[in-house]
Design a binder for this molecule. Structure first.
Ligand SMILES: C[S@@+](CC[C@H](N)C(=O)[O-])C[C@H]1O[C@@H](n2cnc3c(N)ncnc32)[C@H](O)[C@@H]1O
Length: 208
């Protein structure tokens, strides 16, 4: 696998249930996840299909999201923005399981999933580019968590991911900077960052 994002892609592959049926890796890049899972690799732009020389293990399809498929059991959609992922899921067909990674705004993706009939079943972290990528597995159903627990990762906060404490510490450090930078300037942003910081510090205290 290509080094950048290697750990994250491994975690994504590990969250796909065994014997899952038709698995589609959307926007598959070099097809590493598709190859590891025996999945179908898709790419919207043919010039981005970076097939490896001599590789005929992976079936490549030029596709916008999941649109050409009649049925998809598992969709793997990573390295994209939350709204792009939401659009792909919305256009369907609706998979039975979705393994997702929003690189820009994981809270936004979780909120969207909860509002559109998805339950977050499992979550995991992977170090990537000096931060912790947030990966989740969603299934159709009702998500019962809400508020900051939902935004920050309900199954992460309940679980024992080995990267949870460093991830929360990093988040708290960044929120402290936002709180300081917005003091006396941007009241809404300041209040929101302060509320999140209190929540994250509370979660850390419960863990230590
Ligand atoms: C940054 S790469 C991510 C590669 C890989 N999935 C990963 O997790 O590292 C995003 C790829 O998704 C493709 N993409 C974006 N929207 C798509 C869509 N609607 N259907 C198929 N591919 C899409 C882009 O062309 C790009 O090649």
């Amino acid at each position: 696998m290509k080094r950048a994002g290697l750990k994250r892609r491994r975690v994504m592959a590990s969250l796909v249930p065994a014997g899952a049926g038709i698995v589609v890796d959307v926007g598959a890049d070099h097809g590493h996840v598709a190859r590891a899972l025996g999945a179908i690799a898709t790419e919207r732009m043919p010039n981005r299909m970076r097939r490896l020389p001599g590789d005929d293990e992976v079936a490549w399809v030029v596709a916008d999201g999941l649109l050409p498929f009649r049925r998809v059991d598992v969709a793997v959609i990573g390295g994209m923005g939350a709204l792009t992922i939401a659009g792909i899921l919305e256009r369907g067909p609706r998979p039975s399981v979705a393994v997702l990674h929003a690189q820009d705004d994981p809270p936004r993706l979780r909120l969207w999933l909860a509002e559109h009939g998805w339950r977050i079943e499992e979550e995991a972290l992977a170090p990537e580019a000096g931060r912790y990528a947030e990966i989740l597995r969603a299934v159709p159903g009702e998500e019962t968590s809400a508020g900051l627990a939902l935004e920050l990762g309900p199954r992460l906060l309940e679980g024992t991911d080995p990267y949870l404490i460093p991830h929360l510490e990093q988040l708290a450090g960044w929120l402290r900077e936002v709180v300081l930078a917005t003091e006396g300037r941007a009241a809404d942003k300041h209040a929101r960052a302060a509320e999140r910081l209190t929540y994250v510090e509370g979660a850390l205290k419960r863990r230590r």
